[in-house]
Unconditional design. Structure first.
Length: 288
């Protein structure tokens, strides 16, 4: 058993966590470049947290411009054991209206222009993504959102698109046909990189709109999205507080903590030393 340290990736409209005690912004250097912002570290109810505004304070970076590898590496370097992502999404289902929180359990990656792995030539790894979300962490997140007062749906499929433009009506109907429930622009490759870093990951998707599949409604309106998003942000912050109160004092190991044990395929003598050095935080447990 060990201590929890929860990394929180804050999405659109969520740029700080006021409830953190002894909070301080920390500069973290990574071999992958600069993260979106400094992690804000502190404690809530005795649990350590590290909050990283995914788009930077003031929302400076678009989804495709984010340095996802640096973000995950930085959170690993400050000691995070688990990651909670908070993300604004559009709904592809009538029963998931604006204002609802969806704790997703599956992803469809439809992004095309983002580095999606820490590994590569000289050190190959194939991490399993069959079950991309940590069920233990997702259950805590769903319970915390409910205690915060949010209407919560447990389970759902998130389709990640490249953006930054919203999709067409034809695309929206296609994603519905694929079985997706919500649509966003940031969960991939974030969830994949979290798995490669052996960090259990859960995502709380906060619905802001119905995307554009409903023929009796206008297209996605950014002003309306922002209005709902700011209302969701208060519930999201309280969800983090309730999560701290729900977590047991000691953290039992997760199978995800050691998932690289069966993922590395490059023989030790064939590994690229430069890439091994870059992976000191992400995979140092198995490479050191």
């Amino acid at each position: 058993m060990g201590e929890w340290c929860i990394g929180v990736l804050g999405g659109s409209g969520l740029y700080a966590i006021d409830a953190l005690e002894d909070a301080r912004w920390r500069t973290v250097d990574t071999p992958w470049g600069a993260p979106s912002d400094q992690p804000l570290t502190g404690t809530i109810a005795g649990i350590r947290f590290a909050f990283l505004p995914r788009h930077g304070r003031g929302h400076r970076a678009a989804p495709s411009q984010l340095n996802y590898r640096a973000n995950i590496d930085a959170l690993k370097r400050v000691g995070c054991t688990d990651l909670i992502a908070l993300s604004a999404v559009g709904s592809l289902r009538e029963e998931l209206p604006p204002g609802r929180f969806v704790v997703v359990d599956q992803f469809i990656d439809n992004t095309r222009a983002r580095p999606n792995s820490f590994f590569g030539p000289g050190l190959v790894a194939h991490a399993s993504m069959a079950d991309p979300v940590c069920p233990r962490l997702a259950a805590f997140a769903a319970a915390a959102a409910g205690r915060a007062g949010a209407p919560v749906t447990e389970g759902g499929t998130y389709v990640a698109i490249e953006g930054p433009q919203f999709g067409t009506r034809a695309e929206s109907h296609m994603y519905r046909g694929w079985g997706a429930d919500v649509i966003g622009m940031t969960a991939m490759p974030e969830a994949k990189l979290a798995r490669e870093a052996e960090l259990p990951y859960a995502l709380v998707a906060m619905v802001t709109d119905y995307d554009c599949w409903r023929s009796d409604e206008a297209h996605v309106d950014v002003a309306e999205v922002m209005r709902v998003m700011h209302g969701n942000a208060g519930l999201a912050r309280q969800t983090v507080v309730e999560l701290a109160r729900l977590l047991p004092p000691n953290r039992d190991p997760s199978p995800i903590d050691t998932c690289l044990d069966v993922a590395l395929v490059t023989a030790p003598e064939a590994r690229d030393p430069a890439l091994v050095a870059k992976l000191d935080a992400v995979a140092g447990r198995v490479l050191g």
